[in-house]
Write a protein that binds this ligand. Structure first.
Ligand code: IVH
Length: 705
């Protein structure tokens, strides 16, 4: 390269350094040292030099923040460590109970707590390798998120390069992306002026912005981020506390909230909370409580987590926002299970960041307890994503209005009797073939997270049921013999019927977990369904499982177990499963060629030793078991892997002697990811194979196997 070239390269390097520093001072430290004009001058010069020397452009150049091309969709990202959620405390008593429980578990009467604000945005994970941002992902379901790197790069307070002298080889930083309130107002005002639709609240807009397919659109929204934890790190100095973690994040160039505090005693936490009750509205970002975290990381590790919630942290929530409005009507709809669900129709009111028009009324007792009457002035509250609630009616404002609202005696859909079993709060339509229930069940069955049958919206479901073509969800698979009748139906052209039948056909090879979601078993959402499918692998086995078998799974508590058990205890539900299986719907999870077990860790024996950074001992054991593997306490010739953490002792030598492969925690994660992906591929390729297992389907169910 020529000297002039070297000169250009050096100038480019200097400019980038300068720009990074000013970006940091402006967006992270909120203390600009130069004017916007001067800054623009530096950016322009860099842009020009890079334009003339395109071979010198690097991915982490400040010019590349908005460099990403539009995409068709986002890649899935499996997080190295699960992104946890938090349990809540709604008052001092609940917080004190949490503290007392931890004192017991830690065998101490005091421990330091870090108090952070609970930002009302969305969690993301930023991965840096060699100090450079390589990936940014959404939280997703905590296990798998979406790669939104190009969009996260547009956030000026997200460092593209880490700063300081303590940069680890690899680090995954977690934080909350938010849309500052003041900027949101301006953003909306501008849209209004331009005749564009405005957005409802900053949180949802931030979420939508991160999932924009075109990063240029994201770049137009001035999002921001607070970093609050490290999900994973390698090749850096160890830190011992959450407080040090926050300091490290600050040093690495992240925006860390200025109101983080450490307290030793609970009354200090409560005082801090009370201070915030008064001033939370003055913040320029949404905040719905404090997050109280155990400071010492070894304590955190010892405490571990229950399900997806760490024992070592709790969200101490602020009370929800309230407003008053008028109760216009009380109406009822019929749920999937026949439950008669009362809801309030309200005069629209803006509360907790959204306009509320309806609120759930839960059940008969709830309506009676609140003594609700049409025309009442009511107090409603809404917090975050929670369903709006009616707190109370202002009886003093009541005129001589209607009589108190009550449950209907007949089902609003089929006019059959409404019953309420003793000891239960809900009322149900007693008619198992009530068309409204069937519509709800069908809608759910075909929905995106379930069998994902495109072309079957609410209207089609309703029309098919009205036409007598569906008596239960399994009849969907018999529609192909009704092609002519379908084409004769309103709004069903030949092409759309073909597409629909094709989509139905395709859905037969959905994985078992989806089928379980589709069945609409109470309390069985995607996560539970995946856990059930992984553990039982065949629906017959699941149907034969006892409540005890079910609660043995980490993800499953007594309520879910009871619900699953009682669902399959009902003849009509068993019949639907049978019909689905007869129709060729896949009823087994991960059956690879030859019927081998393909749970990610199936047939693998593990021993775990030493201290792991991301898991308590019981958590990693639970994870291995959930993935179909086995865990033993000591090594033998049958052991496949030793997962070794810090301070691993004699087991390492045993492993060497026995030729057992030793995995670091990271290698373990990689093994799980690789095997899960390999498994997912083999499953989707052989989806149609499911027919071969159907002959044995009900054996497990019948003998309880
Ligand atoms: S820590 C410990 N710290 O709250 C596991 N989360 O309910 C939680 N959040 O998904 C992460 N502010 O989106 C943590 N200072 C904070 C937080 C925070 C907001 C969110 C985060 C998480 C959710 C859990």
């Amino acid at each position: 390269m020529t000297t002039a070239g070297d000169g250009v390269q050096a100038r480019i390097c200097n400019l980038r350094e300068e720009i990074r520093r000013h970006d940091y001072l402006y967006h992270v430290k909120d203390s600009p040292k130069i004017s916007d004009r001067e800054f623009d001058g530096l950016m322009r010069e860099l842009g020009r030099l890079e334009g003339e020397n395109s071979d010198l452009v690097t991915a982490d150049s400040p010019t590349q923040r908005v460099g990403g091309a539009p995409t068709d969709g986002f890649e899935e990202v499996t997080h190295r460590r699960t992104m946890l959620s938090l349990s809540n405390a709604f008052d001092e008593v609940e917080l004190a109970a949490w503290h007392a429980r931890l004192c017991g578990l830690l065998e101490t009467d005091q421990f330091d707590m870090v108090c952070e604000l609970k930002f009302d945005g969305l969690a993301v994970a930023l991965t840096y390798e060699g100090g450079r941002l390589v990936r940014g992902a959404t939280r997703g379901n905590g296990i798998v998120g979406e790669d939104v790197s190009a969009n996260l790069k547009t956030i000026k307070s997200v460092p593209l390069r880490l700063r300081g002298s303590r940069i680890p080889d690899l680090i995954e930083v977690r934080g909350e992306v938010y849309f500052p309130k003041s900027k949101f107002e301006k953003f909306n005002a501008r849209r209004e002026k331009e005749g564009l639709p405005t957005y409802v609240n900053p949180r949802n807009t931030a979420a939508g912005s991160l999932r924009q397919l075109d990063p240029k659109m994201t770049a137009e929204r001035p999002l921001d981020i607070f970093a609050y934890s490290v999900g994973y790190s390698e090749g850096g100095e160890a830190v011992d506390t959450q407080w040090e973690t926050l300091r490290l994040l600050d040093e690495l160039g992240f925006k860390v909230n200025a109101y983080n505090r450490v307290f030793r005693a609970l009354p200090e936490v409560i005082d801090w909370y009370k201070t915030w009750l008064e001033r939370v509205h003055d913040l320029d970002y949404g905040c719905d409580g404090l997050v109280v975290k155990v400071n010492r990381l070894d304590y955190q590790q010892h405490l571990g987590e229950v399900g997806r919630e760490p024992r070592w942290a709790i969200a101490y929530k602020f009370p929800s926002e309230q407003a008053t409005t008028t109760l216009l009507d009380v109406r009822f709809n019929v749920g999937r299970t026949g439950s008669i669900n009362p809801y309030a129709v309200l005069a629209p009111v803006y509360v907790g960041g959204a306009t509320v028009r309806q609120a759930t009324l839960h059940n008969e007792d709830y309506i009676a307890e609140k003594g609700l009457r049409k025309g009442d002035v009511v107090v409603v509250e809404r917090a975050g994503e929670v369903i709006p609630q009616i707190v109370r009616a202002l009886a003093e404002k009541r005129g001589c209005s209607d009589e108190q609202a009550h449950m209907p005696r007949k089902c609003p859909s089929c006019s059959e009797a409404v019953i309420r079993r003793e000891g239960e709060a809900m009322s149900y339509c007693a008619n198992a073939s009530c068309p409204a229930q069937l519509v709800r069940r069908t809608e759910h069955f075909v929905s995106k997270g379930a069998m994902d049958i495109e072309g079957m919206g609410v209207k089609q479901c309703q029309a098919l049921i009205d036409a007598g073509l569906l008596k239960d969800v399994a009849d969907i698979y018999a529609l192909k013999s009704q092609r002519d009748r379908l084409i004769a139906m309103e709004r069903m052209a030949e092409k759309s019927v073909s597409n629909l039948l094709e989509a139905i056909d395709k859905s037969r090879s959905q994985p078992l977990s989806r089928v379980l979601v589709a069945l609409g078993i109470e309390h069985v959402g995607a996560e539970v369904a995946v856990a059930l499918a992984r553990r039982f692998r065949e629906i017959g086995k699941l149907m034969g499982a006892s409540v005890e078998d079910l609660v043995a799974l980490n993800a499953i508590g007594p309520k879910i177990a009871e619900s699953v058990h009682s669902h399959f205890g009902q003849e009509s539900n068993r019949r639907v499963v049978e019909k689905l299986a007869e129709a060729g719907v896949n009823m087994a999870e991960g059956e690879a060629e030859g019927g081998d077990d393909v749970d990610a860790l199936a047939d693998m024996r593990f021993v775990v030793t030493g201290r792991l950074a991301g898991y308590s001992r019981s958590a990693i054991q639970g994870r291995i078991k959930d993935l179909g593997g086995a865990v033993s306490g000591s090594l033998s010739g049958k052991t496949n892997y030793l997962v070794a953490g810090e301070g691993a002792g004699s087991k390492l030598a045993d492993a060497e002697r026995l030729g057992v492969k030793v995995l670091s925690e990271e290698e373990f994660e990689r093994l799980v990811t690789d095997r899960t992906l390999a498994m997912a591929n083999s499953v989707s390729e052989e989806g149609a194979e499911s027919l071969s297992i159907q002959s044995s389907l009900f054996k497990g169910g019948a003998d309880g196997g």
